[in-house]
Design a protein around this ligand. Structure first.
Ligand SMILES: *[C@@H]1O[C@H](CO)[C@@H](O)[C@H](O)[C@H]1NC(C)=O
Length: 266
């Protein structure tokens, strides 16, 4: 199937080139087939989705009505093998709640029991430009359930950045800051504090870096799950039903550019 697509491409490329004149930006490169099949246009609708390879871009502007004004647009910029690049720009004014979770979801390898997963290699390289101060996070958001495809029981977040936001927590310090249930945990080459609480529907476990922002992350994230099964009562019989990574803005103006993202569940 792949080779027949290639031969079709060989037949049609000369025709495309002759139609599109002048077209200096047309590159006949080895990744033309992969890039050609991806929708790289900008999407701004509340529930827009774009599927590319084993990933789906979700606009997921679920909390937009809580803003007094604002908008958000996202696009995939490239897909090369299992590495996807994308960006989202947002401007949200007013309201104290999260406005959206625009994210890249992995569609392959999910619905496995935690005990059956051997590794979850991931890479996430990103940068962000902002105008003024913002409230947002940049995070993985993963859900487990009692059954494959079932309703969420546990939400596991791995934050790479916390811009004036805060995790869900059942316990707070006297100064009003959330109190971790465990501190200084070494996982994936970084040090984390773990927060735990309920969002009303499921348990939420949030790993936050003890300091700074992680803009280049490349590790196996299975040990984050192993930590929770060993210390926090998450059962290894839970099924990993959703694996997403994106940003949760509350207010401000920013463009988050992911130059490389990949995740696999083995
Ligand atoms: C975590 O590590 C920091 C820096 O070494 C230290 O100051 C702090 O006391 C540690 N926290 C706990 C709860 O052990």
């Amino acid at each position: 199937m792949f080779s027949s697509k290639l031969s079709l491409l060989v037949l049609f490329v000369p025709a495309l080139l002759s139609l599109a004149a002048p077209a200096p930006e047309l590159e006949v490169s080895s990744d033309l087939v992969a890039r050609q099949t991806v929708d790289t246009s900008q999407h701004c609708g509340q529930w827009d989705t774009v599927t590319a390879g084993s990933y789906t871009l979700f606009l997921d502007l679920w909390g937009k009505d809580g803003a007094t004004s604002g908008s958000q647009c996202s696009q995939i910029t490239s897909l090369s093998g299992s590495t996807i690049a994308w960006k989202t720009n947002w401007n949200w004014v007013g309201g104290s709640g999260v406005k959206s979770f625009s994210n890249i979801q992995l569609n392959q390898g999910i619905n496995k029991q935690l005990s059956q997963i051997k590794s979850m290699p991931t890479t996430w390289q990103w940068s962000q430009s902002t105008s003024g101060s913002i409230i947002a996070d940049v995070a993985y958001d993963l859900f487990t359930s009692n059954t494959a495809g079932g309703s969420n029981v546990n939400e596991i977040m791995i934050w790479l950045a916390n811009f004036n936001a805060g995790p869900i927590s059942a316990v707070y310090n006297s100064d009003g800051t959330p109190k971790p249930v465990a501190s200084n945990i070494s996982l994936g080459g970084h040090t984390w504090n773990l927060y735990s609480g309920s969002n009303g529907a499921n348990n939420v476990f949030s790993f936050l870096p003890t300091s700074g922002t992680i803009t280049s992350f490349s590790t196996d994230i299975l040990p984050f799950f192993t930590y929770l099964t060993q210390h926090n009562g998450v059962s290894t019989s839970q099924f990993l039903v959703t694996a997403q990574a994106g940003t949760e803005p509350t207010t401000g103006t920013a463009t988050l550019t992911t130059s490389a993202y990949s995740l696999a569940i083995n």
